[in-house]
Design a protein around this ligand. Structure first.
Ligand code: NAD
Length: 457
């Protein structure tokens, strides 16, 4: 069995079956067996099941939110928002299911016809992280089912309860047996590798760390499995001297503190122009200092703990090293004074461009502020890391904002906005942040194979 731990107390909130390799292979067999019938269902039928799943999920929003808070630690308001966001992927892809298109053209030489059709790629293995246990699952299950694929979902073993609850919702919505299978395995490596080795899995859609994504790409190469990778981030957030500071502070709080900083899209490097640096640092410190760390289920809590003791210690070490490299702590800078895995919301000022914290995905409530003067320099600094998921720009000069949006090497840009996620938008990164996009129409295409027929009649 796997014990599920509540990060707010370090106590066990549930137990789930630890799937053996044989269990995981049986799940792949079930998905493989169910694939011919599921791919033959009409797009409308698949769309309506997804629509039903959206409705059922929204009806259970409060229960699901509480479950997420208990196993993940995020505050209840963040958990409710996650359930709403997660359910939207079912609604969006219920609408996309009927928009699987094709193409029909005459060949340029006029001698024959070119027909293009799209078909489901096949059995899909979906592996998801603990930080958004609902949304990362529905962002994959929604398009996979819409496309006609059957799936095995392998959630993070830290947060399996939400994934199992979503599996139940899909059952109630009318998904036939074998179409959606959920397996929880600890350790995950042997289980995932065995499933990829069957030769029956044709798609791997992975969200998680760059380290594991890169390992799995190597493993998937053996059977040349179609891969989508949503990996880590190291987002720059740039505040220019002409920015509306009210908007910039609000956007920074969202970009930094959503999910207690445990988001791949979290602002990780805050570059602030010298002329507004002092005021920005003071106002951000004030805001961060008002946050209340605690159990996410308590209505007065505004920031939850990080997911584990190891992660708490990692964040603490990053702050200690930043201090030794010249950073000042203007608020926070300590672990919670109770048994939780909490870390106090922290602002670091005077962080040098060379500080090691700027090269790491913090994944916690720490905002490192770097002072800059030259706009060209800041593009080079922003692009100097391996990751390229998202960047944020705050300026009143929209021309400058758009020029920068083009120059920044990230898959997404927030312009005067601290939140980019939207089921209708293509989510994904460049460089070590991944391959492919989720959401939008692109998310559906990721589960479709293109077939071309050369015709003559
Ligand atoms: P992780 O890579 O440790 O785990 C992700 C998934 O992979 C989990 O299901 C885990 O059980 C599994 N896994 C772990 N080791 C494995 C192995 N050796 N073989 C096969 N599977 C293995 O990541 P995490 O700590 O759960 O999540 C945090 C990371 O996820 C961060 O880097 C974050 O940026 C990233 N993330 C990215 C996005 C995105 O959309 N780009 C979204 C959310 C999180």
């Amino acid at each position: 069995m796997i014990n599920v731990i509540n990060p707010a107390h370090g106590t066990v909130v549930g137990q789930v079956h630890n799937a053996s390799v044989a269990d995981c292979l049986a799940a792949v067999d079930a998905a493989h067996g169910a694939f011919p019938a599921w791919r033959s269902t009409s797009p409308r039928q698949r769309g309506e099941i997804l629509r039903k799943a959206f409705e059922l999920m929204m009806q259970s929003q409060e229960d699901l939110a509480r479950l997420i808070t208990q196993e993940n630690g995020k505050v209840l308001s963040d958990a409710r928002a996650e359930v709403g966001y997660a359910a939207e992927f079912f609604r969006w892809f219920s609408e996309e299911a009927v928009r699987i298109d094709g193409d029909y053209r005459r060949a340029p030489n006029g001698n024959n016809w070119l027909l293009v059709m799209r078909q489901p790629v096949g059995v899909s293995l979906l592996a998801t992280p603990w930080n958004f246990p609902a949304a990362m699952a529905t962002r994959k299950i929604g398009p996979a089912l819409a496309a006609g694929c059957t799936v095995v979902l392998k959630p993070a073993h830290e947060t399996p309860l939400t994934a199992l609850a979503i599996g139940e919702i899909l059952n109630k919505a009318g998904v036939p047996d074998g179409v959606v299978n959920v397996v929880v395995a600890d350790p995950p490596g042997p289980a995932v590798e065995a499933m990829l080795d069957t030769g029956k899995v044709r798609k791997l859609s992975f969200t998680g760390s760059t380290r594991v994504g890169s390992l799995l790409l190597r493993h998937a190469a053996k059977h040349v499995i179609n891969c989508s990778m949503e990996l880590g981030g190291n987002a720059p957030l740039i505040v220019f001297d002409d920015a509306d500071l009210d908007v910039a502070i609000e956007g920074t709080m969202l970009a930094k503190m959503r999910n207690g900083g445990a988001a791949c899209t979290a602002a990780n490097r805050l570059f602030v122009h010298d002329r507004v640096y002092g005021e920005f640092a003071e106002r951000l410190t004030q805001k961060m200092a008002t946050l209340r760390l605690g159990d996410g289920l308590d209505p007065s809590t505004t920031v939850g703990p990080v997911v584990s003791l190891a992660q708490q210690q990692r964040v603490a070490n990053l702050v200690t090293t930043a201090k030794s490299e010249g950073a000042n702590v203007t608020c926070g800078g300590t672990v919670a004074d109770d048994a939780s895995f909490g870390y106090q919301p922290t602002v670091l000022t005077d962080v040098p461009f060379t500080a090691s914290i700027l090269n790491e995905e913090v994944f916690g409530p720490v905002a490192p502020l770097v002072r800059f003067t030259d706009a060209d320099d800041i593009v080079a600094h922003s692009n100097s890391v391996d990751h390229g998921l998202v960047s944020y720009i705050f300026t009143r000069d929209i021309g400058r904002g758009m020029r920068l949006a083009e120059a920044l090497d990230t898959g997404m840009v927030g312009l005067n906005r601290g939140l980019v996620s939207d089921p209708a938008a293509p989510f994904g990164g460049t460089k070590a942040s991944g391959l492919g996009r989720e959401g939008a129409h692109d998310g559906l295409l990721a589960f479709l194979e293109t077939k071309y027929v050369a015709g003559n009649w």
